[in-house]
Design a protein around this ligand. Structure first.
Ligand code: SAM
Length: 238
């Protein structure tokens, strides 16, 4: 019998993600940080058979194994996690860096629905995947097996701090006019509260204007600093 090539395995892409995040910029560092993020995972033939997902609808959460297809193939043993300010180095295997051998990502996402009317489409929420991400495996999350109550979280023990977010009048009006304002508003708040700026900008005086695309809008923002701390000001939703 033919043995699989386990020295240099090839992976089949089983599906592709259509995401509320058109670009990498702005995507939170882990899926649970933006519960309002939505995506659809469309399975490809021959994996798009309804039998392949029979029973999956019983689960609330899934593990997705995917390719960091927007990351370079080169990797280095040390990386600089944004969590440590972007200057301190740590081993690539002690990190969730996107610059890693094999470029495999692992995300725990919410399963919002399974649609098998025409091929297979999985509706996802609370994810951290850029549009077009190739997925190589899906597994249901088993709370009794996959949750470790006594776990220690190393240098990323707690969720990142959130910044307060406010909208200018213009931005508020632009958002209100959007046909999907109710869906968009919580996502903008969740993403902006993470402070999407590059790690090295944080703590600085920073007069830059930034833009992050979410769904079909460009969210323009800046971050102000005063004695009370930093705050994200959304200046336009266009
Ligand atoms: N939860 C996954 C993990 O732990 O393997 C991903 C963590 S990684 C720190 C999260 C970042 O990956 C996001 O902020 C986004 O910028 C980036 N990202 C998402 N999809 C990607 C893709 N297909 N290629 C490269 N980078 C991606």
């Amino acid at each position: 019998t033919e043995q699989p090539d386990c020295q240099s395995p090839t992976l089949a892409v089983i599906g592709t993600v259509s995401s509320c995040y058109p670009d990498k910029f702005g995507i939170p560092r882990q899926p649970s940080l933006a519960p309002s993020a939505t995506a659809t995972l469309q399975l490809h033939p021959p994996f798009d058979h309804p039998d392949a997902v029979r029973g999956l609808e019983q689960f609330s959460h899934l593990w997705l194994t995917f390719l960091f297809h927007h990351s370079p193939e080169r990797w280095t043993p040390l990386v600089r996690p944004p969590r440590l300010g972007g200057n301190t180095r740590i081993g690539v295997f002690a990190s969730r860096s996107t610059h890693r051998p094999n470029r495999l990502g692992l995300s725990l996402v919410e399963l919002a629905g399974v649609d098998t009317d025409d091929g297979v489409r999985l509706h996802l929420r609370a994810h951290d995947l850029v549009d077009g991400t190739p997925v190589v495996d899906i597994k249901p999350y088993l709370p009794w097996a996959d949750r470790a109550d006594q776990a220690s979280g190393g240098f990323a023990a707690d969720p990142p701090d959130l910044l307060p977010v406010s909208f200018t009048r213009d931005a508020e009006q632009q958002l209100d006019r959007h046909p999907e304002a109710d869906r968009l508003a919580p996502l903008i708040r969740e993403v902006m509260a993470q402070d999407p700026r590059p790690a090295y900008r944080r703590g600085d005086r920073d007069d830059h204007r930034y833009g992050a695309r979410l769904h079909d809008v460009d969210v323009r923002f800046r971050v102000t600093h005063d004695e009370a701390g930093s705050r994200v000001i959304v200046e336009a939703v266009v």
